[in-house]
Design a protein around this ligand. Structure first.
Ligand code: ADP
Length: 162
């Protein structure tokens, strides 16, 4: 059985992330979607909100686990006895992803990074979604429904004022 860890900030999860997960399920038996707790980076959503949105978005898929971690990804992988890190690759991601994959390889030779090519949602990022939504843009086609609901709630006061 091959298990992969799909780690990220997921602030919030988007349809781009969702497509990496569903493609990943073609290749891997199980996927752990792991939210990185980064004390130095304050997100729009709390870690608990992000986990809740991921759980609601993936639904009842028994091959997906949702978890959180802090510190080094390779250490988390070791703890979970997982040897594959799954990443999505959009235009522009290549250089930073190549650096990260090789740093992780340097830190732990037993963990390999596998990339899934971005699809129609190649232009979607969590930060762009937040920016558009904060300005009243309709992002309902690029995020799962539970995320849309949370974004509306976050920005409701702003919209109501305008
Ligand atoms: P980070 O905050 O570490 O950049 P993210 O949570 O944004 O991580 O994303 C986690 C992973 O998902 C990264 O590999 C990123 O390239 C990938 N990803 C994000 N958005 C998309 C998308 N629209 N299509 C494909 N992969 C994506």
């Amino acid at each position: 059985m091959t298990i992969a860890i799909y780690a990220g900030s997921f602030d919030p999860i988007t349809n781009g992330h969702m497509s990496v997960i569903s493609s990943g399920l073609i290749v891997f038996d199980r996927i752990i979607v792991a939210v990185l707790i980064n004390p130095g980076k304050n997100g729009l959503f709390s870690i608990d909100e992000r986990l809740q949105m991921i759980r609601e978005s993936v639904g009842e898929e028994p091959r997906i686990d949702v978890d959180r971690f802090d510190g080094l990804l390779v250490e988390y992988a070791k703890k979970k006895d997982v040897r594959v890190v799954l990443r999505g690759l959009r235009t522009g991601d290549f250089e930073s992803e190549l650096r990260m994959a090789n740093m992780n390889r340097h830190l732990n030779k037993g963990v390999e990074t596998v990339f899934i090519a971005a699809n129609d949602y190649f232009f979607v990022s969590s930060s762009l979604v937040k920016e558009a939504a904060s300005l009243g843009g309709n992002v309902s086609d690029v995020v799962p429904a539970p995320v849309m609901k949370m974004l509306e709630k976050k920005y409701a006061s702003r919209f109501n004022k305008g």
